[in-house]
Design a protein around this ligand. Structure first.
Ligand SMILES: Nc1ncnc2c1ncn2[C@@H]1O[C@H](COP(=O)(O)OP(=O)(O)OP(=O)(O)O)[C@@H](O)[C@H]1O
Length: 271
């Protein structure tokens, strides 16, 4: 399903955060959302998931305006992996994953044996099969992120929104998660928008990228056209550049590893 973000302006109360954002993500593609802290990435995710209503513009999923879709229809179309998720009740991992299927289950009916088998399979794919019967509360931050990914994969939606899904993961699991996401999107011809802070993960796994700064879109399109020295420096400042390793890989690195930004006077400094 194609996701179209058309001229979206949105914010909280009277404060405008996103200004005139337009991005198109075709089926079968992963688009990375990049930008400094506070640039509006999560706010855009909230708009696509219809948790926040834009004050201008529209969001279309498979050509349909989400403003006209019911909550359950959106749940069947859009799966979300949030930055972090807590629950008030001591659910097990498998129960958390099964909750991803709620929009598919018949009203008041419990998940069947086939659903449970499938949920365990998805847990195994995400590398958390051995944790399936543990309490979600007792897991580490990274293990909880893998559970949230398994839940979104179990939900089997044609659109996936992933908000910094790798932030708590070790190096191996970051790549495992990105491989799994890429594999799923390509196999199911689904569509993903993924917030990432590491441009190198964007280069390795994403088809396109959208670069935000202070709520405005600096660039969007194929990864190679967006991740350029000029665009990265506009977004993140001077001390960033693209380099080529001895094996011919493009990597994003600091220009000077020992670089120190100029000190700004702070209230504490005056004390
Ligand atoms: N619920 C809210 N109410 C008011 N302002 C908010 C709310 N959530 C976020 N903001 C503000 O909106 C701006 C963008 O925040 P957002 O979380 O979208 O940024 P982000 O790019 O996802 O940041 P990060 O990379 O740090 O996660 C920030 O200035 C933030 O303070």
């Amino acid at each position: 399903m194609t996701v179209q973000i058309e001229n979206v302006t949105a914010g909280y109360g009277k404060v405008t955060i996103l200004k005139d954002i337009s991005i198109k993500i075709p089926s079968g593609q992963i688009c990375a959302l990049l930008g400094p802290n506070g640039s509006g990435k999560t706010t855009l995710m909230r708009c696509i998931n219809a948790l926040l209503k834009p004050c201008h513009g529209q969001i279309l999923i498979a050509g349909q305006n989400i403003a006209q879709m019911s909550r359950s229809r959106i749940a069947r179309a859009v799966g979300v992996v949030p930055q972090s998720s807590q629950t008030a009740f001591p659910f097990s991992v498998i129960e958390m994953v099964l909750m991803g299927g709620v929009s598919r289950f018949k009203t008041w009916s419990a998940p069947g044996a086939q659903d449970k088998r499938k949920a365990r399979l998805v847990c195994a794919e995400a590398g958390i099969g051995h944790l399936a019967d543990k309490s979600y509360h007792e897991l580490s931050g990274g293990q909880q992120q893998l559970v949230m990914l398994a839940r979104a994969l179990f939900q089997e939606t044609p659109v996936l929104l992933l908000d910094e899904p790798t932030s708590h993961l070790d190096f191996y699991n970051q790549h495992k998660m990105m491989n799994l996401v890429r594999d799923t999107i390509k196999r199911k011809n689904a569509t993903a928008l993924i917030t990432l802070h590491d441009p190198n993960l964007v280069m390795s796994y994403c088809d396109s990228a959208a670069l935000l700064k202070e709520g405005r879109l600096i660039a969007s399109g194929p990864v190679k056209t967006v991740l350029t020295d000029t665009n990265l420096q506009t977004a993140f400042g001077d001390n960033i550049q693209i380099d080529i390793t001895s094996r011919g890989m493009y990597v994003v690195v600091p220009k000077q590893p020992d670089y120190r930004p100029a000190k700004e006077p702070t209230a504490c400094a005056e004390l």
